[in-house]
Ligand binder design. Structure first.
Ligand SMILES: [Zn+2]
Length: 525
């Protein structure tokens, strides 16, 4: 198995100062499709996620709740993982940055960068609030007329010693890297933003230390300071696969194939991060994919809003999962919200998409193809062993379809991949059933009806394979409702590219009550 291609991907790690909302989940679901697809294609996959815990906000939040920050972080990590597990996010590694192993490996990295001469001591000057005990940005200063946005007291000019990372020294190398690796920043629009930003504003050295904080990771060469949270957070991508204490695993998976992140943090990942790695003598990641945001459709006003606590429109993933299951959640966001750009969530639209594509299209096709054979053929389509199904969709070139779906999945255009499966395969298969009406035909010509059913079932085999990375549970339910010979764990996209005979007569193996199957996606009423 040593020659299996390896695939390493990450999502952004989350601040645990509040529970994940549907926007946070959007990223994880999109990344999960990729991980599942790569596993199907035979890759040795490592999928890393985690929580970003060494922030002042986290320790403040814990203090507000009267909790020990570590206990708070561990409990939040448990709550995050509960949501990710409920959504069937197939991560392999979950990193908490407050854990000792990460801290140790992080210190080794920063020491290396320091020893290589890319960190120097300087002075940070900026606008400071005594009450907040933190610096405010020039933008915050301007927006609040020189007052602290929280305390409404005047900000004071303050300068204090700090450590800088020589980001400016990597500017030319970064531009050359973008040039030589045109796919490094995806989608293209994000890349153009970064390139023009660097060319017009240039890169400044970054203050990577904080003074006087208790919570956080100590700078190894000066214990008066802690490491700036961004510097430490980015390092999870390597400490999570063994950097610092498991060289073999680290070398196996690094460099990263894709970092999935929100578009607002593109700069940290495409400029600071590669420069940090080079400063420590490591390779830059191969790709950073910046996905879009989910907005909330306010159904009263019709307005499209940012998800925000202050607007009171936060929707937790569990609200949807509890009602309709993980696959309905995954399907909606993957189908309705284009991963590279933005999307919207609204309950009415959710019901529409769910009913038309999951309940009435895919779900209905499955129900019919189980129920008719169960009622009329005692579940077994006799004499179909060894027979190759006839095409049910006129003019559909399966290899071409699979090639297109594959390309969309690899390009993270999940909405287009799903659209193909629905429009080119499932809708026409439903049309074939309507045209041939096997529920009537069976009364007149049992053999002819059997042929129709046998042919149509093949579309479910193909669809379930193509949908496996998207709606893993339902896809498995569909596939295992029939006696397809290939084990579900072994199916690949290539297996969907042809109509296949099978050794035994086709048989319905689904659990039934009185020849009826429980609807896979019960209609939203
Ligand atoms: Zn303040």
């Amino acid at each position: 198995m040593a020659d299996r291609p390896r695939w390493f991907q990450t999502t952004a790690i989350d601040y645990p100062n509040s529970r994940p909302h549907i926007g946070t989940a959007f990223e994880k679901v999109g990344a999960d499709v990729q991980a599942r697809y790569r596993r199907m294609e035979g890759c040795d996959v490592c999928f890393l996620m985690g929580n970003d815990e060494n922030t002042v906000k986290v320790s403040k939040r814990a203090a507000e709740l009267g909790q020990d920050p570590q206990a708070y972080c561990d409990d939040m990590a448990r709550q995050f993982r509960e949501v990710w597990d409920a959504l069937d996010i197939s991560y392999d590694v979950f990193i908490q940055t407050s854990h000792e192993r990460h801290k140790q490996c992080c210190r080794k990295f920063i020491q290396k960068v320091y020893d290589n001469g890319h960190i120097y001591k300087g002075k940070y000057e900026g606008w400071y609030c005594e009450g907040c005990e933190e610096f405010k940005s020039d933008k915050q200063y301007d927006e609040n007329n020189g007052l602290c946005p929280n305390h409404r007291t005047p900000l004071t000019r303050r300068s204090e010693p700090c450590y800088f990372f020589k980001l400016s020294a990597f500017q030319d190398r970064l531009l050359a890297y973008y040039e030589a690796n045109p796919d490094f920043i995806q989608p293209e629009t994000r890349k153009n933003e970064i390139v023009s930003l660097i060319k017009t504003e240039g890169l400044k050295d970054v203050n990577i230390s904080r003074r006087g904080e208790e919570w956080g990771i100590r700078v190894p060469f000066d214990s008066e300071f802690t490491i700036y949270v961004w510097f430490d957070a980015l390092l999870t991508y390597i400490t999570g696969i063994g950097y610092g204490d498991d060289e073999e695993t680290f070398r196996k998976y690094w460099p990263c194939d894709t970092h999935f992140i929100g578009k607002d943090i593109t700069r940290f990942h495409t400029a600071l991060w590669p420069a940090m790695l080079w400063a420590a003598g490591e390779e830059a990641p191969k790709k950073v994919f910046a996905h879009g945001f989910v907005y909330i459709k306010n159904e009263d006003s019709g307005a499209v809003e940012k998800i925000s606590k202050s607007l009171g429109n936060v929707i937790e993933p569990m609200e949807i999962i509890r009602e309709r299951g993980a696959d309905a959640f995954r399907y909606y966001f993957l189908r309705e919200c284009p991963f590279p750009s933005d999307g919207e969530f609204g309950w009415a639209r959710f019901a529409e998409v769910y009913n038309s594509e999951l309940a009435n299209n895919l779900g209905n096709l499955l129900s019919r193809l189980i129920t008719i054979p169960a009622k009329n053929y005692n579940r077994v389509l006799d004499g179909t062993a060894g027979r190759v199904p006839e095409p049910v969709v006129p003019g559909l070139d399966l290899s071409l379809l699979i090639g297109e779906v594959r390309e969309h999945v690899e390009g993270c255009r999940y909405n287009l991949a799903l659209q193909k499966v629905i429009q080119d395969l499932l809708t026409p298969t439903n049309g074939y059933l309507e045209a041939n009406a096997p529920w009537n035909l069976v009364k007149m010509d049992k053999d002819a009806a059997k042929r129709v059913l046998f042919n149509a079932v093949q579309s479910l085999r193909i669809a379930s394979i193509l949908l496996k990375p998207f709606i893993p549970r339902s896809a498995e339910t569909i596939y295992t409702s029939f006696n397809f010979p290939q084990p579900w764990a072994e199916v690949k996209y290539a297996d969907a590219a042809e109509l296949r005979a099978q050794p035994d007569d086709l048989r319905v193996t689904a659990k039934l009550v009185d020849a009826k199957v429980k609807p896979l996606f019960p209609r939203i009423g």
